[in-house]
Design a protein around this ligand. Structure first.
Ligand SMILES: [Zn+2]
Length: 549
């Protein structure tokens, strides 16, 4: 840096600080965060040159193409728990979609967004009780009762983890019912109207979506052998007939996001968001990308058509926000990334891509070490990747013996990258620094909760799909500690913001303090794990402005 440049930078810094202290920019009246479930950084990069709608608008703002859900358990519930809290799962307590607990009111499997004291795992009661930290909306509401918080999503766990413990409106899709909320909440007119429209849509056949010309190159059938059939994916266009499977097909199609965004748009209008006594906070969970990824994989015509329609659908949301006439800040990110089916990866330059061997299912490992008379499925619980719990069928020293015998079995397996005991993870320091440099143990530590995490944490090698061959339904999934599942775009847009692109890594926990700074909500040092991102690409500092208050 030349002396002249340094002087200019210094003056810039001083003057921006002075402006912030004397006359802070007015806070936006409306804060909106959209989470696109399974919208990986790879999908964003693959298709961004084609965006013309809502995603195009967001790419004109502050673009962080290399955001990280930095923890290991890259699932929906933990991912959503980071977005509006600013905290990693080790602090939010949301370590996975499901975990096992044998101490609480209902020993066994627990869903992240339920109150297990009130229901069964199958007939669960949606709840925020497991989220250990407040969301931004909730913090703002505690300081100012006129702040309104609204959370809408295709999945209950997305709506609940982004909305937090104090929500004015909270609506999520329930199969066979439509958008529902906690018991006792009266649906506003918008919910009733959207539910009625969705039921009418499901009762009719749906035509195939038009395929954008730029999807044709990847439109190619790939056969995937499932338990009871051979499924052809890669060339689908979401045509649908009414019937018992219509709702599942509809959820794994662009139509589901259209319905979710329709509800958000109606609530924006009906509640006059942005025109309340104080600031309104709206969180929206667009879930279709995830269902499409699980059902068809991520690199076929289905996902291409989905991204094109998502862009269009988000355009309607942006138009509704523009129509409010108020200053709003819009952010978009994802709860986790995703990985394609190995069957197609093998055709496209990845011969080593594979499905996990069923020998790595916990019940099969468990059977090898189980004492006489104990079933493997009772001994080890969990999945092929991530947390594994030793069941309550063995106690005391037997537990240690089971762990001691299980560890070498995992370590000797050619598909396993690493396995840690809970004690090893607990003893590791909280990771810092650029998330792409974190060790696997660092990633596990960011997902760790002493009461909820497994007795073992197992990581499959990269490019090993954690769903074994001949799957019953879903053919692809996420959840690994590898970057295809960790990397997501983080985008911010606000009128007047000079756009810029920052390719260096940031984290999804940075979204909350960044939005807090936008609305001038002061966080004390250490309040959250994330840091404020300066959305002024020039010498001004949108973080300093909030800190000065
Ligand atoms: Zn998913």
């Amino acid at each position: 840096m030349t002396a002249l440049c340094a002087a200019a930078a210094l003056i810039g810094g001083i003057s921006a600080g002075a402006v912030a202290a004397d006359a802070p920019a007015p806070a936006p009246k409306l804060v909106v965060l959209v989470s696109v479930d399974q919208f990986s950084a790879d999908l964003f990069q693959h298709y961004r040159s084609h965006f013309t709608g809502g995603l195009r608008r967001l790419t004109e703002g502050a673009v962080f193409p290399n955001g990280y859900q930095s923890h290991a358990a890259t699932e929906t519930c933990p991912g959503h728990s980071t977005l509006m809290t600013g905290d990693r799962p080790t602090r939010t307590g949301i370590i996975a979609n499901d975990w096992y607990s044998f101490k609480g009111p209902r020993p066994g499997k627990i869903y992240c967004a339920e109150d297990e004291s009130k229901g069964s795992y199958k007939e669960y009661v949606p709840s925020d009780v497991h989220l250990k930290v407040p969301t931004l909306g909730e913090r703002m509401k505690a300081a100012d009762a006129d702040v309104r918080t609204i959370s809408v999503a295709g999945k209950d766990r997305a709506a609940i983890m982004m909305g937090g413990h104090a929500v004015d409106e909270l609506w999520f899709w329930k199969d066979g019912q439509g958008f529902v909320s906690y018991a006792g909440r009266t649906p506003p007119a918008a919910v009733a109207a959207v539910n009625e429209a969705a039921q009418a849509e499901l009762a009719k056949p749906a035509k195939a979506y038009e395929e954008p010309e730029w999807c044709r190159a990847i439109d190619m059938p790939v056969a995937v052998e499932r338990e009871k059939d051979i499924m052809t994916v890669g060339n689908g266009r979401f045509a649908r007939q009414p019937g018992p499977t219509a709702e599942a097909q509809w959820k794994a199609s662009p139509a589901f996001d259209a319905t979710i965004i329709d509800l958000a748009v109606r609530l924006i209008k009906d509640m006059k968001l942005g025109h309340g006594k104080s600031i309104d906070v709206l969180t929206v969970g667009a879930s279709a990308t995830d269902y499409i990824g699980h059902t068809y994989g991520t690199e076929g015509s289905e996902m291409c058509i989905q991204v094109a329609n998502l862009d269009r659908t988000l355009g309607k949301l942006v138009a509704a926000l523009d129509a409010t006439g108020v200053d709003y800040v819009l952010a978009l990110s994802a709860d986790h990334g995703g990985n394609d089916i190995p069957e197609r990866e093998q055709l496209r330059g990845m011969p080593m891509a594979a499905r996990v061997e069923s020998t790595l299912l916990p019940e099969n490992i468990g059977q090898k070490v189980a004492p006489a008379g104990i079933a493997g499925a009772d001994l080890l619980l969990g999945g092929t990747n991530g947390d594994v719990w030793v069941g309550p069928v063995v106690a005391g020293t037997w537990r240690q013996k089971v762990l001691a015998e299980t560890l070498p079995l995992y370590r000797a397996d050619p598909q396993v990258a690493a396995v840690y005991t809970a004690a090893e993870v607990a003893a590791a320091p909280i990771p810092t620094g650029a998330p792409e440099t974190w060790t696997l143990l660092d990633r596990a530590r960011a997902s760790y909760d002493a009461d909820r995490s497994g007795d073992l944490i197992v990581f499959l090698k990269p490019r090993i799909m954690s769903i074994a061959a001949k799957p019953r339904s879903y053919i692809a999934t996420h959840g690994s500690p590898w970057d295809y599942d960790r990397r997501v775009p983080i985008l911010f847009w606000r009128k007047g913001l000079t756009g810029f692109e920052q390719p260096l890594s940031v984290e999804t926990i940075d979204i909350m303090p960044t939005l807090a700074a936008q609305v001038g909500f002061k966080l004390a040092p250490g309040d959250v794990d994330g840091r404020c991102l300066d959305l002024d690409g020039g010498p001004g500092d949108t973080c300093a402005a909030a800190a000065a208050k």
